[in-house]
Design a binder for this molecule. Structure first.
Ligand SMILES: [Zn+2]
Length: 459
């Protein structure tokens, strides 16, 4: 035993800590402490502390304390206290990927800069819960002659036996993770088949502590959801509904899922994407579906979703249970809404929505040649001109033609007015009724808000 290691053991003994015991108990080699050389002691000892979820950080205090005790252990092995560094930036981050874990990256950087003599962790292979990260760490530790320490002993990545052990530990850790994840996934699928698995419920519903899903108990929050469906029937676009809500200062009632306000109602300004989400979600028709959507096409480089999520049609859901939940609208209505939203998209084969410009037949007139919809254009900002350029985009031989909008619009509006004439009186009455109905609805909203404010001020 070198003089240096003798000193290490002596120091450990005087401190009375169990560092000596741990070092001597290590299963790797007869005298694991001989692996620690002067050039290791000249560099840093880095302790890596990690718990994978905020829940664990809170509950698993003992494990955290054991991890911090590793710093004392490093001192026991001979590192001066000022050269022992604890990295605990990753508290509450899962080890699945290293990209968003600054602590792990920092550890790798320090090792590759030849600053580290020893890396310590309770279960080292859990530092990096993907085999790729783990092997990368072991490899750089081999290149820069850095030792690794876990609760079972000290490893030298350049020693063939140690390397074998390290590789196996990484593989076991990954196997454990995948088994766990698959088990969770199977449990979730089973629950979903029975219609009982909910990650979170959308606005207008409430998940009770028993797991049961009921209608939102707050009357005003329920009324806003109903209003969204009614207005979509009338206006036909999600953006239009959103604009209406914002114009009348109507907010959506969200239940907070986490934080100190968990379970409380919070009123937020509507966003178009949220309105679309509500209009597409089958839960509002009382249907339980799983899975509801899948991730869109992935970018080959980054692996991230390029076009958000794709809502699945019922036939592609693994669980589809109608009449499972309380409903706001009928399933037929929900399907019609989905269809309408699809038609509103500005893409080939969709009608699109009326946009700026005075053309009456945007999205309604079709090309006689290719059956695509005619697009209104306004040459020099004058009267509209309906055109089809599909032959150019698809390189077809047969050319499509457009036509002037003025004559066509005049003809169509004449026909429409003539068709409506006999029912003119009835239509006017309907319009008056609609306006009154809307006024009543808004009045109810404002009354509920007023009551809420009064109640809160009294409290
Ligand atoms: Zn055409």
């Amino acid at each position: 035993m070198s003089g240096h290691n003798g000193k290490v053991l002596e120091r450990s003994k005087t401190k009375g800590c169990d560092a000596t015991a741990v070092v001597q108990r290590g299963p790797v080699g007869l005298m694991p402490s001989t692996k620690i050389q002067d050039h290791h002691l000249d560099r840093l000892a880095m302790v890596y502390v990690r718990q994978s979820s905020p829940q664990q950080v809170l509950e698993n205090r003992e494990s955290r304390e054991r991890q911090y005790a590793l710093a004392d252990l490093a001192a026991g092995l001979g590192w001066p206290a000022d050269r022992v560094i604890v990295i605990d930036e990753d508290q509450g981050l899962s080890g699945k990927f290293s990209e968003n874990r600054n602590g792990f990256q920092r550890l790798l950087t320090e090792v590759t800069m030849d600053h580290v003599g020893l890396v310590l962790g309770l279960e080292l292979s859990r530092l990096a819960r993907s085999c790729k990260d783990w092997h990368h760490l072991v490899e750089v530790c081999a290149v820069f002659d850095t030792l690794l320490y876990d609760q079972d002993g000290i490893y030298d990545a350049n020693d063939s036996n140690d390397r074998l052990l390290l590789g196996m530990k990484g593989a076991m850790s990954e196997f454990e993770l995948i088994t766990l994840r698959n088990r969770l996934q199977r449990g979730r699928e089973n629950k979903a088949q029975r219609g009982e698995w909910f990650a979170a419920v959308p606005i207008g519903y409430l998940k009770l502590p028993t797991g049961e899903v009921v209608l939102e108990p707050d009357e005003q929050a329920r009324a806003v959801v109903q209003l969204i469906f009614d207005k979509f029937q009338e206006l036909g676009t999600a953006r239009g509904v959103c604009r209406y809500l914002i114009h009348h200062n109507i907010r959506l009632g969200f239940r907070c899922h986490k934080g100190p306000k968990r379970g409380q109602l919070e009123w937020r300004r509507p966003q178009p994407a949220r309105i679309v989400w509500i209009l597409r979600h089958p839960i509002y028709a009382g249907v339980y579906g799983y899975p509801l959507h899948q991730e869109g096409r992935k970018h080959p480089g980054t692996g991230r979703s390029e076009n958000g999520i794709l809502w699945l049609p019922p036939e592609q859901m693994r669980a589809f249970l109608p009449d499972r939940l309380p409903a706001y609208i009928s399933w037929e209505q929900c399907q019609a809404n989905r269809q309408r939203l699809q038609q509103n998209r500005s893409q080939l084969g969709s009608r699109g929505t009326p946009r700026r410009g005075e053309a009456l037949l945007a999205g309604l007139a079709t090309c006689g040649n290719c059956n695509g919809s005619l697009r209104p254009v306004y040459p020099e900002k004058k009267t509209p001109h309906y055109t089809c350029d599909r032959h150019l985009r698809e390189l077809r031989e047969q050319t499509c033609y457009g036509l002037k909008g003025a004559g066509l619009d005049a003809l169509v509006s004449q026909q429409v007015l003539r068709a409506l004439e006999p029912a003119a009186l009835e239509l006017s009455l309907r319009a008056v009724q609609d306006v009154e109905g809307e006024r009543r609805q808004l009045h109810r909203q404002w009354k509920q808000r007023l009551e809420r404010v009064r109640y809160e001020s009294e409290r």
